[in-house]
Ligand binder design. Structure first.
Ligand SMILES: [Zn+2]
Length: 300
């Protein structure tokens, strides 16, 4: 009995030491460990880093599930965490206005990886469109950049990073092929969208977007723009209007009612909702759902 008590006490001490060493504090637990800390700004970059880094990296995201990415502001706690990152990956091209302020204050330029430097940018209404991830071939280019940086940082896992990247690249090429195939016999060439997020997708698969709001979804259109869009929708016999999941659909819903349009979802994949996360959705599965709806509007 005495022996048991002693054992228990020893066990307790051992557990306390482990807790002290690992600094187990639930959410606040930022222990460096031996894996590189990779911080991504938004979901599409998280997806790429996750698929390439898998268990070799300690991966984090700034904009959480269900939040709008254009007007997000990181918390003080997040800023402190980001400071510990070995690589900070963000889109740039005006998407994360908060990220530019972090460079050279919270995070050094050498630790940052700006995805928009890796692809050819498109201008929409005189401004760069940041939604580069909506072309699967851009995702391959950005993925390659992430892979190269991971190898530079953590050369011992080079083979894993290369293999994971090759597998991811094959899935993205397959996705690109199904878009090419699915949208090759179009009966129409324009879609009506709530937020101008689809220039890269439209360029790659040869269609046009007409949008209610601008590049950033909070840019509300004027009453005249709304009236013009309703006229164009009626004149051109549009049957569908595309809404996204995260932004406020108010204006687009008004247009849908006025012009007698059916509402479909076209997800710009700026983030996953908690629901999508729970259901195990990812960039590729949501892009496949997007293709089904695009075929409805453009092909059938
Ligand atoms: Zn957007």
């Amino acid at each position: 009995m005495i022996r048991m008590k002693k054992m228990n006490k020893l066990l307790l001490i051992a557990i306390s030491i482990v807790l002290l060493l690992t600094g187990c504090g639930g959410e606040n637990n930022i222990s460096k460990g031996d894996r590189p800390i990779i911080y991504t700004s938004i979901y599409p970059l998280y997806f790429l880093a996750y698929e390439i880094g898998k268990e070799n990296i300690d991966l984090r995201i700034v904009v959480p599930a269900g939040s709008e990415s254009h007007d997000y502001e990181p918390s003080i706690k997040q800023l402190k965490d980001i400071e510990k990152a070995d690589i900070f990956i963000y889109i740039g091209a005006g998407l994360e206005t908060w990220a530019d302020r972090l460079l050279n204050s919270i995070i050094s330029e050498e630790k940052a990886l700006r995805a928009s430097d890796l692809v050819e940018l498109i201008q929409v209404d005189g401004a760069y469109d940041p939604h580069i991830w909506l072309d699967p071939l851009n995702m391959i280019k950005i993925g390659e950049g992430i892979k190269d940086r991971l190898i530079l940082l953590d050369g011992k896992n080079k083979d894993d990073y290369n293999t994971n990247f090759e597998q991811l690249s094959a899935r993205l090429k397959e996705l690109d092929r199904s878009f090419m195939e699915g949208l090759k016999d179009k009966k129409r060439d324009t879609i009506l969208v709530s937020h101008a997020a689809f220039a890269y997708m439209a360029k790659r698969y040869d269609f046009k977007q007409m949008s209610v709001a601008g590049i950033s979804p909070e840019q509300e259109p004027s009453p005249k723009t709304i009236a013009d869009i309703i006229d164009v929708a009626i004149d051109n016999d549009f049957k569908y209007i595309f809404l996204e999941t995260l932004a406020n659909p108010k204006t687009a819903t008004v247009i849908a009612e006025e012009a007698n349009l059916e509402v479909l979802i076209l997800n710009p994949i700026e983030g996953l909702t908690e629901e999508e996360e729970k259901n195990g959705e990812d960039y590729i599965s949501i892009m496949e759902e997007n293709l089904v709806n695009l075929e409805k509007a453009l092909v059938r």
